[in-house]
Design a protein around this ligand. Structure first.
Ligand code: IPM
Ligand code: MG
Length: 359
């Protein structure tokens, strides 16, 4: 049996992962993969139970599994906590502990949803890009960090630091991904100001020498943010550090109409992959069967593709989602303006996907 650790987390995390697990089990059966799901706690749920956003036991459990399927972490209940003990720390820790340095965030527009974007349909139709975000380094983890009182004033600092090996390995992931796509890489940086970005430029150029079949463009992060809105179709693979990747991947996701549609995979060299929707815990709609489970379900597709090396099974899940959308089924977040449609809930949306899968 192949074990998958399910970490539902907080807010809408439990309801979307519950539906994703149904799809994972059905797709696994159809593909002849014996999948056993085990459950654990992360984020606020783990704080409430154990006083810690991620326990050593859960990390140890993850190491016995092939993959982790995660929901979302965080919520108003834990907002006042210091950064070192917040729910988000659990997510950062599991990424770091499992060495998941490569975060793949594909943003593609489903034809049925092209008019759900705030941008004109002709600008967004056909968008198909992949943000390759470095996930275990940079300013998220750099030392020194923290607060101090200096000359009676409150001061706080974080450190953006990368070494060449961290830049090289994520850059290789980006170029390898581009080879399976449209052979174009955009490296996003702030090299006109940051020493760190100058090192990225240097290392990215060195790696690019091994990929002369892939076109490389260096793009300043501010202008990239602008181009994502004015001409998003120019992008294929975007590679960048942790902080820029965090910001740009939300921007890229919204081009497609809803954050509720976007999956992600976090991979490393250790053989375990972590799969999670890009959206957050959406506490305002949690527990009401209003959440869109499709980002979590599409994360299952990425799991089938990357962990089990079954692009065929992944394709079937994606095709099922495409078909359900084409049939006009919509959760509240993807209902089009002016469209006179009934919206459906989280469970019903998953029911439709399962029906398309013949499950
Ligand atoms: C994401 C999230 C996380 C991040 C938060 C919840 C720590 O925004 O996965 O993009 O910043 O990485
Ligand atoms: Mg983010």
């Amino acid at each position: 049996m192949e074990r998958v650790l399910v970490l539902p987390g907080d807010g809408i995390g439990p309801e979307v992962t519950a539906q994703a697990v149904r799809v994972l089990e059905a797709a696994g059966r159809a593909a002849g993969i014996g999948i056993e799901c085990v459950e654990g706690l992360i984020g606020g749920a783990s704080i409430d139970a154990h006083g810690d956003p991620l326990t050593d036991e859960t990390v140890a459990l993850a190491r016995t599994c092939r993959a982790v399927l995660l929901g979302a972490v965080g919520g108003p209940k834990w907002d006042a906590m210091p950064v070192a003990t917040r729910p988000e720390k659990g997510l950062l820790r599991i990424r770091k502990e499992l060495g998941l340095y490569a975060n793949l965030r594909p943003a593609a527009v489903f034809p049925a949803l092209a008019s759900a974007s705030t941008l004109r349909p002709e600008v967004v139709a056909g968008i198909d890009l992949l943000v390759v975000r470095e996930l275990t380094g940079g300013i998220y983890f750099g030392e020194p960090r923290g607060r101090a009182i200096v000359d009676g004033r409150r001061e706080a600092r974080n450190t953006m630091v990368y070494d060449d090996s961290e830049i090289e390995r994520i850059t290789r992931v980006a170029f390898e991904s581009a080879r399976r796509r449209s052979r174009h890489v955009t490296h996003v940086h702030k090299a006109n100001v940051l020493d760190v970005s100058q090192l990225w430029m240097e290392v990215v150029d060195e790696v690019a020498k091994d990929y002369d079949d892939v076109e490389l463009v260096h793009q300043l992060v501010d202008s990239c943010a602008m181009l994502l809105l004015s001409d998003p179709k120019r992008f294929d693979v975007i590679v960048t550090g942790n902080l820029f990747g965090d910001i740009l991947s939300d921007e890229a996701a919204m081009l497609t109409g809803s954050l509720g549609m976007l999956p992600s995979a976090s991979l490393g060299d250790g053989g375990i992959g972590l799969y999670e929707p890009v959206h957050g815990s959406a506490p305002d709609i949690a527990g009401q069967d209003l959440a869109n489970p499709l980002a979590a379900i599409l994360s299952v597709a990425m799991l089938l593709e990357h962990t089990f090396d079954r692009p065929d099974a992944a394709g079937e899940v994606r095709d099922a989602v495409t078909a359900v959308l084409a049939d006009g089924h919509r959760t509240g977040d993807i209902v089009l303006e002016g469209e006179d449609r009934e919206t459906i809930g989280c469970v019903a949306m998953a029911d439709h996907v399962l029906a398309k899968l013949g499950a």
